[in-house]
Design a protein around this ligand. Structure first.
Ligand code: ADP
Ligand code: TPP
Ligand code: MG
Length: 383
């Protein structure tokens, strides 16, 4: 079995203690709601998904000609003979874990399946070119027009972003849909997670917390109104609620920003916000060997949250730990700030803090300095 072979290759014990993994903290309730109780997700031997990735990365770390980076960034980078660099990324969407069939239309799911990978390509500063999509589908779905609608959503985004479908695979699953999306992009110059230096300023595009707020709305209102194989129609909800739900179901990859930042040599490091700002910032800082200080007041909390019917959630926590906003987090040298546009295609970028030599993440809120712990989404926690 594949998994046993990997387990053997990884050896019986331990993991690199320098790899930080999210710990229990005040955001536990948000995480539990988004990913279920932590105990359900503890993998064998108590390792987190990040521990496994760190070990795989060490095992795979043999120098290969033209491989710029394999495991460890938003996408792998391979230098082509033309001088261009190829960016390659893979993402899975699993029913009940990454989406619920009763909350999304097939069309929106097709959009999202491609959007999550385009976001990784954007985070490398590359232009998406080719895609492969593999589907595991239960028999009862195969007989419906679900897949036609899925591909309608997928191709609409592919056309708009210049991506060609070049392959994939189809398999049958017992009951749930599984999607595996691979996208390849090209760039002359890639931006990695590892380029941030002390003194660089931290920027984020768009607004944060909206996708997590949308997911909360679906979790609290969606279930009653849901019906099999159809979209959740939030009739009794407000326009703000509907727009937040849309933020969750139809993320918009920031391709223009990613591309502009590489072309103009503006960003020193970049990552997309899939797990949540607090966790993804930790990834960027660890890869760069730096820390960061974040100004809570500067974080662009999605203004729709205040207008929505969502109650009992701290909007700042949603912005810090809520995942799937698919905005870009990037760093800029102070001398380059004046060249940074305020907005691109109607999407703003704002400064939220600064990179520090001290390898700690801190949040300044109401004049107090607090540790900023990674509290974003995790599939498997460490014990
Ligand atoms: N099962 C796996 N085998 C090999 N590499 C993996 C695996 N899962 C994730 N990775 C790699 O680990 C890195 C981080 O992945 P992930 O946590 O999914 O981050 P991202 O938010 O960029 O998708 C990426 O380089 C990814 O390709
Ligand atoms: C039914 C359902 N429950 C919970 C979530 C929340 N959620 C699932 S995956 C995820 C984070 C991003 O997913 P991941 O697989 O880690 O993507 P990657 O970081 O690898 O790009 C979040 C916030 C969801 N989208 N749908
Ligand atoms: Mg990703």
């Amino acid at each position: 079995m594949k998994s046993r072979g990997v387990a053997k290759a990884l050896g019986a014990n331990g993991f690199d203690a320098s790899q930080e993994s999210p710990r229990a903290d005040e955001s536990e309730s948000l995480r539990e709601k988004l990913s279920g109780p932590a105990s359900k997700h503890v993998a064998g031997k108590g390792r987190s998904e990040f521990d496994l990735i760190a070990r795989l990365r060490r095992i795979a770390a043999t120098a290969k000609p033209r491989l710029v980076i394999g495991i460890g960034d938003d996408a792998a980078l391979v230098r082509e003979r033309t001088g261009q660099t190829l960016a390659i990324t893979a993402d899975m969407l699993v029913e009940e874990i990454d989406f619920r069939r009763q909350w999304t239309t097939a069309r929106d799911l097709g959009h999202k399946a491609l959007a999550v990978s385009l976001s990784d390509i954007a985070a490398m500063g590359a232009r998406p070119r080719w895609a492969l999509i593999s589907l595991g589908v239960p028999q009862e779905i195969w007989r419906t027009d679900f897949l036609d609608d899925f591909y309608r959503g997928w191709f609409a985004l592919a056309r708009a972003s210049g991506v060609a479908l070049i392959g994939g695979d189809i398999s049958r699953t017992p009951e749930r849909i599984v999607i595996d999306s691979v996208v390849l992009g090209e760039t002359r110059r890639a931006i990695m997670r590892s380029g941030a230096r002390p003194g660089d300023l931290l920027f984020v595009t768009g607004a944060l917390g909206g996708a997590a707020a949308g997911l909360h709305l679906l979790m609290t209102n969606g279930v009653e109104e849901a019906h099999e194989n159809a979209s959740f129609r939030p009739r009794r909800t407000s326009r703000a609620d509907r727009r937040l739900i849309r933020r969750h179901l139809r993320p918009e990859p920031r391709l223009s920003w990613g591309n502009y930042l590489t072309e103009k040599k503006l960003a020193t490091a970049m990552i997309d916000l899939s797990d949540g700002l607090s966790s993804d910032l930790a990834h960027l800082c660890r890869e760069s060997g730096v820390g960061a200080i974040i100004n809570a007041e500067a974080i662009p909390i999605d203004p729709l949250i205040a207008k929505s019917s969502l109650r009992g959630e701290d909007p700042l926590r949603l912005a810090l730990d809520g995942g799937e906003d698919f905005e870009l987090l990037f760093t800029v040298r102070p001398r380059d700030i004046r060249r940074l546009p305020r907005e691109l295609d109607g999407v703003r970028a704002v400064c939220i803090g600064e990179v520090t030599a001290r390898r700690r993440l801190v949040l300044v809120r109401d004049g107090h300095t607090l540790p900023l712990r990674p509290g974003g989404f995790v599939h498997f926690h460490s014990r």
